[in-house]
Design a protein around this ligand. Structure first.
Ligand SMILES: Cc1cc2nc3c(=O)[nH]c(=O)nc-3n(C[C@H](O)[C@H](O)[C@H](O)COP(=O)(O)O)c2cc1C
Length: 361
């Protein structure tokens, strides 16, 4: 699988998630089998580029390439500027966000709202492709199936984007109107895949090896992208890879491995965010790791009361050591979307932040 000149390790991608897929988490996912990761979105607002939040998002220290940066905004010239700015700072691929069910950026609707205004969407795509052309940086696009049930225009936008020079399209199988409700739908992704020459990536509700195989079968996509199901279980990528390659399941990780991975993740996280912010923003990751483990909910409450990194790490180590006395491996997780009530919502596929675009500011 290639994006422009870049050969990817495999066709299993971790989805960009604002507030989640920071450099430490992306690196962990890549170590555990993700072939590609896009950074959290960076706003096209120049006045926000020097903020701590944006500079953390632009941190790619030690990250294996290609370095892909996602940009979001509503103005073609500003988006072109944002693309150039990120290319100058090491981005090797620029991804345009038309996927977030976002509220407002620059007092206008951005993200998937752009799908409502095809002319504006295409002017942005054109401007970004042109801005990246002189440095030979491929531009990719992430979108939803459309604005609403009656206006599923992913195919039209994808075809126009391909003509404009976009080199890969990712489709999340929901409309803007749906937010994260209901189940992802794969027929539109299949139609986009069938019509395009460039690689098409399928995204939405992939939360188990079986679901990954099913989405591949139904869409014929060139690659799969996993978002929420990777929260707290970054090893899902190696589990899916193994299943797709062999048709058999990899055993869940040893509790001792989870302990090692989580503690390494925490140290890397503190090193990016510092002690104060690091401890607070690590809580959600710890919560995701432990949510499906026996005693996980009570432990999550306990963790939320701890205010320094040393006690956070010690508590995690203690919790997992105690668990290891009862079991060698963590219990296998049940697929949320393949459960008995497929549309009932799930404890494992949570949005955590229903308006991720706000977090970009
Ligand atoms: C917390 C959170 C933050 C997100 N942030 C972004 C983002 O910055 N850019 C983007 O294109 N999509 C973003 N998304 C959407 C995901 O990339 C993905 O399309 C969506 O979660 C569906 O995939 P999933 O069912 O595997 O989670 C975000 C989703 C979540 C849950």
């Amino acid at each position: 699988m290639f994006i422009g000149p870049f050969a990817l390790a495999n066709s299993l991608f971790v989805a960009p998630m604002a507030g989640v897929t920071d450099r430490p988490f992306r690196q962990l996912c890549k170590r555990l089998g993700a072939g590609y990761a896009v950074s959290e979105m960076v706003t096209s607002r120049r006045d926000l580029w020097d903020t701590l939040k944006t500079s953390r998002r632009a941190n790619h220290d030690g990250e294996p390439g290609p370095i892909a940066v996602q940009i979001a905004g509503t103005d073609a010239a500003m988006m072109a500027d944002a693309a150039r700015y990120n290319v100058d700072r090491g981005a090797q691929i620029i991804d345009i966000n038309m996927g977030c069910p976002a509220k407002k950026v620059c007092n206008k609707w951005a993200g998937s709202a752009l799908m409502q205004d095809e002319a504006l969407a295409l002017s942005i795509i054109d401007a970004v492709v042109q801005a990246c052309a002189s440095s030979n940086v491929p531009v990719t696009l992430k979108m939803r199936t459309g604005w609403c049930q009656n206006r599923k225009n992913a195919l039209a936008i994808a075809l126009a984007a391909q003509d404009a020079g976009v080199q890969m399209v990712t489709v999340h199988g929901r409309t803007r109107e749906q937010g994260y409700k209901g189940a992802a739908e794969y027929d539109t992704i299949a139609a986009v895949k069938a019509a395009l020459r460039i690689p098409v990536v399928a995204n939405g509700d992939i939360d188990s090896p079986e679901k990954a195989r099913e989405v591949l079968r139904r869409t014929g996509a060139d690659a799969l992208m996993v978002g929420r199901a990777a929260q707290g279980q970054p090893w899902i990528f190696r589990e899916i890879s193994h299943f797709l390659d062999t048709g058999t399941h990899l055993a869940p990780p040893l509790v001792s491995e989870v302990k090692r991975l989580l503690i390494e993740h925490l140290h890397d996280h503190y090193s990016l965010y510092g002690e104060f912010s690091g401890v607070r923003t690590a809580r959600k990751h710890i919560g995701w790791y432990v949510r499906a483990l026996p005693g996980g909910e009570a432990f999550r409450q306990e963790i939320n009361a701890l205010e320094d990194s040393a006690s956070q790490v010690a508590a995690v180590a203690h919790f997992l050591d105690r668990l290891n006395e009862d079991m060698d491996r963590i219990p296998a997780r049940v697929s949320a979307t393949e459960a008995v009530h497929p549309h009932a919502g799930s404890a494992l596929l949570t949005t955590h932040n229903p308006d991720p675009m706000e977090m970009a500011l």
